[in-house]
Design a protein around this ligand. Structure first.
Ligand code: SF4
Length: 139
């Protein structure tokens, strides 16, 4: 994935802490860790077959971040005709860091924010971004 823009696509996950962690990890990648190397799009645009969103995922590496086993992000990308290069279930990051249980949804609390950092840092390593933060572990 080193030389292309990577599309990181979190699920909608409203009201679910792991959905929120996926979304915040995406923003961390775009704004802090991999500016210019990561982009995203609205999942709903893929669902309605928006041509620009479909072309974006078809023509670039894609990482989906799902907040539960429904895998909405992965399934929507597959429905658009693309197999994600990496399909992450956010809860797997928590399984490696069980001391970091999110304490809320919109405000994830310090443990949840740490999980955001860890997940984003792991993905930054995979995307091969020049700037990396500490705290990497398996996603
Ligand atoms: S994967 Fe789960 S948390 Fe995410 S949008 Fe679908 S049902 Fe909601």
């Amino acid at each position: 994935m080193a030389n292309k823009t990577t599309v990181v696509l979190p699920c909608s996950g409203i009201g679910k802490p792991y959905g929120e962690i996926g979304r915040q990890s995406t923003y961390t990648l775009m704004e802090d860790l991999c500016p210019g190397k990561v982009t995203t799009t609205c999942l709903a645009k893929l669902m309605i077959g928006d041509p620009d969103a479909v072309e974006l995922v078809k023509n670039n590496p894609v990482i989906t971040l799902d907040g539960c086993a429904q895998d909405c992000a992965r399934k929507n990308v597959e429905s658009a005709g693309k197999k994600p290069d990496r399909a992450v279930r956010v809860i797997n990051t928590f399984k490696h860091h069980r001391d970091l249980k999110p304490t809320g949804i919109l405000d994830l609390g310090e443990p949840g924010r740490k999980l955001v950092e860890i997940l984003a840092s792991d993905l930054a390593l995979e995307i091969d971004c020049p700037a990396k933060k500490e705290g990497s572990a398996d996603a």
